[in-house]
Write a protein that binds this ligand. Structure first.
Ligand SMILES: C[S@@+](CC[C@H](N)C(=O)[O-])C[C@H]1O[C@@H](n2cnc3c(N)ncnc32)[C@H](O)[C@@H]1O
Length: 487
């Protein structure tokens, strides 16, 4: 066996240090780190590579040390609501959601920190490992690897939660766009890539750069298994509702099924008899009843109608809204139709989507101060989720921030009486003292989310017909504590 001199070993260590400085900590060789580096090097390099990739992938595979613990006091309508807010790290939340929500999510919208390096936001947006005074040895590793290691396991876990027809939308700007595209190609499959949408984030962009004004940022979109269904563009509503009576038709009987017809009539029983006006009569043939803006019993009417019973049944099946707004019991219908065109890949006011500026102003008006940086407009999220909607689907945002996705889901439900559910996850990230949020009494970002969800409930709780605007509030507790929750 060859004996090596100290001099040879020193030379060898010097060489190693030059080639793999990351394998040394305080001038000591870290054998585990060196092994990881060499393993990375030996792999066939396809897709995006960075130091720590394997370790971050393993984070998606390990079990969580936490459990979801309900907090009924912070919840609203805990027993009946199907919306969920989780305060905690989304890596653990995503692991814990697997048990009940694998392949059940219709769409994920996320807006992760963009890694802009800014230290002035209310949330952390700097993932670089280089101190500003240091000249990085490897620019890519020092700027991007921590961010990639953060997002990679979360995308892997998020994908598992999607239904096969499910979609993921990820907001990003040009700091990580190129890396994220490659990473998502790997996690979701290049064959499932749909589009990089450009969203006009500002009508009055800052003039900070000598090279370009930043007007857009991006939304990457993938489907779990890309299918042939056509995305829906702008939703068009018929300008006014149409009456269902036609005085030149013969008298006919129509039965409107229970829980399908909305009304402004207050709660209570409505006895059979003659309704309508002097000009036309409408006879209610059986007693019926109204609760929370709906007829909860079938409504059988005799009058001169435009439609026959089969036509009415078909329209209800297609999702046409039927209303019997007042005690005159005159029914009307409202059709929602879609533009024939699929959505353009530029998202701006032409498709009804607002900017960051509008979103900031609206959030400020809601919360009383500018407590969150660059919230997304709910109109953007509504538009994206509408591309391939399910009015009873579950929608997930695991970088919830101020809770824009929850607002989008509630507003979509209010518009079409849908039963969409939201799941939002937000880290209890500590708020720095020198921020507007701190001055307004917020100590953790999750408190901002909670406040917005509570205000949204206040706004929607009296809407008629009623939509589910409550939420179950969960916290992440370390496993030694007792008690688990089954959804
Ligand atoms: C860009 S903001 C999202 C803004 C949001 N779309 C809105 O309109 O209000 C990113 C959010 O992700 C949160 N976040 C960062 N890391 C997280 C983690 N590991 N788990 C949960 N939330 C996290 C941050 O605290 C921040 O609130």
């Amino acid at each position: 066996m060859t004996e090596y001199t100290f001099e040879t070993i020193d030379k060898l260590l010097d060489m190693l240090k030059k080639k793999h400085p990351k394998a040394f900590f305080n001038d000591e060789l870290d054998l585990k780190k060196l092994d990881e580096i060499l393993q990375n090097e030996n792999q066939i390099k396809s897709g995006l590579q960075w130091l720590g990739k394997e370790a971050s992938k393993n984070q998606a595979l390990s079990k969580s040390n936490f459990k979801l613990t309900p907090n009924p006091e912070k919840s609203i309508e805990f027993n009946s609501s199907e919306n969920i807010f989780i305060e905690g790290d989304n890596l653990d939340a995503l692991k814990l959601l697997q048990e009940d929500f694998t392949e059940r999510i219709k769409a994920i919208y996320i807006d992760p920190p963009y890694n802009t390096g800014s230290e002035s936001f209310v949330y952390t947006d700097k993932f670089s490992s280089a101190k500003s005074s240091q000249k990085p040895e490897n620019h890519f590793e020092s700027i991007h690897s921590n961010w990639l290691s953060m997002i990679y396991p979360r995308l892997i876990l998020g994908r598992k939660l999607l239904r096969n027809d499910g979609l993921i939308f990820v907001s990003i700007d040009d700091h990580e766009l190129a890396n994220l595209k490659l990473l998502m190609d790997e996690v979701f499959g290049e064959e499932n890539y749909i589009e990089i949408f450009s969203w006009v984030k500002s009508e009055t962009p800052a003039n900070l750069s000598r090279k370009s004004k930043k007007v857009v940022e991006y939304v990457l979109c993938y489907q779990k298994l890309k299918d042939k269904s056509k995305f829906k563009g702008i939703k068009k509503t018929s300008p006014s509702s149409n009456g269902l009576l036609n005085q030149s038709n013969a008298i006919n009987i129509l039965t409107f099924p229970k829980n399908k017809v909305t009304t402004r009539i207050p709660d209570g029983k409505i006895p059979k008899g003659n309704y309508g006006t002097d000009k036309y009569t409408i006879e209610l043939l059986e007693d019926t009843e109204v609760k929370a803006g709906f007829f909860i019993k079938k409504v059988t009417l005799k009058a001169k109608f435009k439609w026959t019973q089969p036509k009415l049944d078909e329209e209800i099946k297609k999702g046409t809204f039927i209303q019997i707004p007042t005690i005159k019991l005159s029914p009307s219908y409202e059709k929602l139709s879609y533009d024939e065109e699929v959505p353009p890949n530029l998202i701006n006011h032409k498709v009804g989507v607002d900017t960051n500026e509008t979103a900031s102003k609206e959030l400020q008006a809601m919360l009383g101060a500018k407590v969150f940086d660059f919230p997304k407009p709910p109109s953007l999220i509504k538009y994206l989720l509408g591309f391939s909607d399910d009015s009873e689907g579950i929608f997930l945002d695991f970088f919830a921030g101020s809770g824009a996705t929850a607002q989008a889901v509630l507003e979509m439900n209010e518009k079409d009486l849908g039963k969409r559910k939201y799941i939002c996850v937000q880290l209890p990230e500590t708020i720095k003292h020198n921020t507007e949020a701190y001055r307004n009494g917020f100590r953790k970002i999750s408190e901002i989310t909670h406040k917005r969800l509570s205000l949204l409930h206040k706004k929607h709780k009296n809407s008629l017909p009623k939509i589910d605007s409550g939420f179950k509030y969960f916290e992440l507790k370390e496993l030694e504590n007792q008690g688990t929750f089954v959804f």
